[in-house]
Design a protein. Structure first.
Length: 298
């Protein structure tokens, strides 16, 4: 039996196909799906190792991925084939990932734990982890609620609109204006994204909505917001429905979004638009220095 760990800076199409197959096998067994930011994988930096693959006799048995959105933290997600669990495979992949994190001087790790997964609250607390937030994935599966809605006008944004988009986003999500501007600026350079500014019949630029176009006819809706003084008037519902109609007309069949569990207003809004919760994830922040000290947690 030949065992091998491979760490990669760039995944090939064959690697991605094998990883998706492994994730499907785990989903069939466990009832939940490992979360992977597939749209980020093609943008991996070649000087960094973020994908760790474990093989037995040439077959992919384990996969661990790191996703870095800032200099102080990485998000971590992993899965091991059900037939090969409790053999230390996850620990071996994590050990390699920790070496990479230390070389990059990353002090914290944000674990993406599927709700009801084998890694739960007890294991996270043993690592001195701090619960951060929970998030659900929602997919449009039903016709939207039939109700009256105000008229909204969507205008595709361009680079000249970056200051306005950033201000709307930073205010709505209580985020840094600088970080929001940087992120939206990077998004503007990607061909697979569109942002729209939204106006009402009486006021311009009351909100915005973004869409990322992924593989397999999937469109991901994100960064939706309406000015706080205008919330509760049906504008959010109207803009989502209009975007959905545009996407369906252009052939996008699978519409997806993420929302934090404590955002009850957004959850209700998306349900009214026909979205249904399909997966849930808890996020725990763990200091890197504690991870090798507490192996018994796994």
């Amino acid at each position: 039996m030949i065992k091998q760990i491979t760490k990669l800076s760039k995944l090939q199409k064959t690697d991605i196909r094998h990883i998706k197959r492994l994730i499907d096998i785990c989903k069939d067994q466990d009832g939940y799906r490992m979360k992977v930011y597939w749209h980020i994988i093609p943008q991996r930096l070649t000087q960094e190792f973020n994908d760790f693959l474990y093989f037995i006799d040439g077959n992919l048995i384990g996969y661990l991925a790191l996703f870095s959105f800032n200099m102080t933290e990485v998000e971590l997600t992993a899965c091991v084939h059900p037939k090969y669990r409790r053999q230390g495979i996850f620990k071996k992949m994590l050990s390699e990932a920790l070496l990479e994190m230390r070389q990059r001087h990353i002090p914290n790790c944000l674990w993406m734990c599927p709700q009801n997964s084998v890694i739960g609250e007890e294991q996270m607390k043993a690592l001195h982890a701090k619960y951060t937030f929970s998030q659900v994935e929602m997919i449009a599966k039903h016709p939207p609620m039939q109700k009256s809605k105000p008229v909204v006008i969507l205008r595709e944004a361009n680079k000249a609109d970056l200051p306005l988009l950033s201000q709307l986003g930073a205010t709505a999500f209580n985020a840094s204006l600088t970080e929001t501007y940087t992120r939206f600026s990077e998004n503007m350079n990607e061909k697979n994204r569109i942002a729209w500014l939204v106006s009402s019949e009486h006021e311009e630029n009351i909100g915005k909505i973004h869409v990322r176009f992924d593989d397999h006819q999937t469109a991901f809706i994100h960064d939706l917001c309406i000015q706080s003084k205008l919330q509760g008037r049906g504008y959010g519902f109207a803009m989502i429905i209009q975007v959905m109609e545009m996407l369906y007309k252009k052939g996008w069949k699978r519409l997806v979004l993420d929302v934090e569990c404590d955002n009850k207003g957004a959850l209700k809004l998306y349900e009214q638009c026909g979205f249904e919760v399909t997966d849930g994830y808890d996020f725990w922040r763990v200091p890197t220095k504690h991870m090798l000290e507490k192996w018994h947690a796994f």
